[in-house]
Design a protein around this ligand. Structure first.
Ligand code: ADP
Ligand code: ADP
Length: 228
């Protein structure tokens, strides 16, 4: 379970990007964070893995304060997928997904088996794609690699910051469906940022609405749609 208690972020220039937000995400939930540009969604995500340190309040994962983790350990226990996935262009797909298992000290055989399993999981045939380079893949395929890479260390929590927003509408719809199935299968806690309400309603077990650094509402899609 992921818990925010009165968490705020004031950047160095004095700007308060996140203003005392509190919420809990039970294990296995897919929570969508939605809100206009600049409302503090990315800052909220980055505070979870301490890419951005929070200014006050407490963030905990399964009861453990994120401040008590070693930063590298925390990053590895949290998968992160962004719009510009940043695959290493001179590494094959297999090598791109292998980075985290290798950092974790896994043997070559164990890493290879894991990478093949992950590629199957995200719908990329390893016999076709393992040896290819990122530029030889479509945007949707690259995003699948990004998801496989984020899953590589079997993280408790996966953060996805507008992962599909650079894709064409059809590919985007396909990946949304695939992520919903994958989420059901893996039972991971996922926080998914978007500014597209249709995507939020389709993907979210619950939806958190942010504006001006504040959490305005957090509810199921059904409740958001049916209660004014
Ligand atoms: P969102 O993801 O909802 O678009 P962000 O969390 O990226 O919002 O940004 C929230 C606000 O904080 C914005 O006004 C942004 O300009 C500001 N902000 C983000 N990063 C920094 C930073 N490093 N220094 C100062 N202000 C920042
Ligand atoms: P996003 O796509 O998440 O809204 P932005 O394009 O707003 O991201 O920001 C890109 C990067 O610039 C982020 O790392 C963010 O922290 C930083 N940033 C955003 N706004 C500011 C700001 N006002 N001052 C300094 N850095 C900022």
């Amino acid at each position: 379970m992921l818990k925010f208690q009165n968490v705020s972020k004031v950047y160095d220039d004095g700007f308060k990007a996140v203003d005392s937000i509190s919420f809990e995400i039970p294990k296995g939930e897919l929570l969508v964070l939605i809100g206009p540009s600049g409302s503090g969604k990315s800052t909220t995500m980055k505070m979870i893995n301490r890419m951005v340190p929070h200014s006050s309040g407490t963030i905990s994962i399964n009861g453990k304060d994120t401040d008590s983790y070693v930063a590298s350990e925390l990053r590895r226990s949290i998968g992160y997928v962004i719009q510009q996935i940043g695959l290493f262009p001179h590494y094959t797909i297999e090598k791109n997904i292998s980075i985290v298992p290798q950092l974790n000290g896994w043997s070559a055989e164990k890493t290879k088996a894991r990478v093949m399993e992950l590629m199957e999981l995200v719908g990329l045939d390893p016999t076709i794609f393992a040896g290819r380079y990122p530029k030889e893949l479509s945007g949707g395929q690259q995003q699948r690699v990004g998801i496989a890479r984020a899953l590589a260390s079997d993280p408790e929590v996966i953060l996805m910051d507008e992962p599909f927003s650079a894709l064409d509408p059809l590919t985007r719809e396909q990946l949304q469906g695939e992520l919903i199935s994958l989420h059901k299968k893996l039972n991971k806690t996922i926080i998914f940022v978007t500014h597209d309400m249709d995507e939020a309603l389709k993907m979210g077990d619950r939806i958190a609405i942010m504006k001006d650094g504040k959490l305005l509402q957090l509810d199921t899609p059904e409740k958001l749609l049916h209660e004014p």
